[in-house]
Design a protein around this ligand. Structure first.
Ligand code: GSH
Length: 223
């Protein structure tokens, strides 16, 4: 049976995207799916959709810190809030990181999963920078990219082709109706259907007729 295509739209600024990313990566070889990782720019989505980061509502922001910590534990993802989350999200941002991931997708798509994870480890585990070329290079190195490829990939960050691809992927999500991250998209009866959030896997599994076995498949207590 041919594999069902699943697209995962994410931005490493988003902690819920990291949780969903680890889950869909765990399932990519358990479900009959062809997973395509789609780095997009959440800042662009927020602007275009007229939305704003949930943490800007003070009570929601305070709840999110607890919520994300609980889900991270439940999902077995080593997520820790950085000291200055707002600065990381809103001042420093992730535009260059998302362009870097786009360049990785163009040059070495097989490394996209590992480089994405290393960038999340930087901003959502070790409270390290993800804006400087040196930081992106360190993440790529940890992900197994060669020094020569790192130089070539970094040089593409400002390239029109990379900027255009990031814009196109962001627009593709917008055209589907995006307002946030993460998004899981599948083609069902010839039509693209999607869910928003790291908490919609049971529904998504049902949509694509696959079995949901919890965020850490194989561990029954995490169902
Ligand atoms: N309930 C969702 C929440 C996901 C979420 O809040 N994502 C943020 C980015 S980290 C977002 O884009 N929110 C937009 C919104 O809530 O309108 C989950 O558990 O994953």
């Amino acid at each position: 049976m041919s594999k069902k295509s699943v697209d995962f739209f994410y931005d490493i600024v988003s902690p819920y995207s990291w949780l969903a990313f680890e889950v869909i990566c765990r399932y990519q070889h358990r479900w009959n799916i062809a997973l395509k990782l789609r780095p997009f720019y959440l800042g662009g989505i927020m602007n275009e959709a007229g939305n704003k980061p949930p943490a800007l509502v003070p009570n929601k922001g305070a709840y999110m810190i607890k919520d994300v910590a609980r889900i991270a534990k439940h999902h077995d993802v080593p997520l820790k809030f950085p000291k200055n989350t707002m600065e990381m999200m809103l001042v420093k941002g992730t535009l260059s990181a998302q362009r870097f991931l786009t360049a990785v997708d163009i040059r070495q798509p097989d490394l996209l999963e590992k480089v994405s994870r290393e960038l999340w480890m930087r901003n959502w585990n070790r409270d390290e920078d993800v804006t400087e070329p040196k930081s992106l290079a360190e993440a790529a190195k940890k992900a197994g990219m060669s020094d020569q490829d790192i130089v070539a990939t970094l040089s593409l960050i400002g390239d029109e082709k990379v900027k255009a691809q990031l814009k196109a992927v962001t627009k593709e999500a917008m055209d589907l109706g995006a307002f946030g991250a993460p998004m899981l998209v599948a083609e069902i009866n010839g039509k693209k259907e999607w869910v928003f959030g790291s908490d919609r896997f049971p529904i998504f599994a049902e949509m694509i007729s696959e079995k949901w076995e919890g965020p850490v498949p194989g561990v029954s207590s995490k169902l």
